[in-house]
Design a protein around this ligand. Sequence first.
Ligand SMILES: [Zn+2]
Length: 302
Amino acid sequence: MNTIPAFAVIGGSNGFRLLGDGATGFTDIGRIRTPFGLSEPVFRKEHTAVPFYYMSRHGVSGYTVTAPFVNYRANVYALKMLSVKSILSWSGPGAIDTSYTVGDFVLPDDIIDETKYRARTFYENTGLGFIRQNPVFCPCLEGFIVKVVKRAGLTLKKGGVYVCTDGPRLETKAEIRKYASYGGSFVGMTLAPEAFLARELEMCYRPLCYITNYAEGVVERRYKSGELFEGMNDAGEKQKFEYAVSKLSDIVTAAAAELDADSGLLSGDCSCRMSMERYRKRGDIDAKWWKHLSPGNKRTLR
Ligand SMILES: [Zn+2]
């Protein structure tokens, strides 16, 4: 039995470009059939000391699955089936706080979930899942991601609150003012419920974000038809955005190299991996409780 923790990167917008951008050594192991439906295709990186997987959240041939229609439960469950214990999630939000600029790489430390229409838990009808969310993102992965970003030759801003909206439409000016008043630093559409689902299955999860644009009303931009975000980015910002996106390949390669250099890096105890301990102690679930989960949970979890 493999006791080394498995690791996965979930790629966000433009994540489908990764394999064409020079990230080599991946084998397509296909979509995984889960009780929650089919996952997006999973790719296994070969010849790494730590089992390493890559999944493109929005599909592999383009932006074919927009954020509200991603099957987050199937994707996260599929990684659990592959014995993944730690997930680095890649996504590209827009800046609300102008201390972040387009092209920055950031390590958010909190989230405000503004989504309303997504399947958000594995624990329907179970009485389970009353789980603390501070810290909401894995504290143990921070040091690892800092090393990875450095190895990829990039700089990182730590901290910031990610506001997650449903989409696929972008936000209004008034909504962005509201999120700013909440203390939101940037706004995107993908980390919720993904982060919460990973915690429900006792997996470590940490997002690494790149800033794609300024959120609506943060800077004044003329409306331009037929362009990405209809003119929210000027020419210089488009270049920075494209540069940041292109670095996913380097980050994935650096993550594999970092894990190869220190295969024990992610093997320590982390509170994320004990999130269901209270229910286990209480006898509500067994050691492999997650194998019994299903939509609606008609079956027992023991
Ligand atoms: Zn953790």
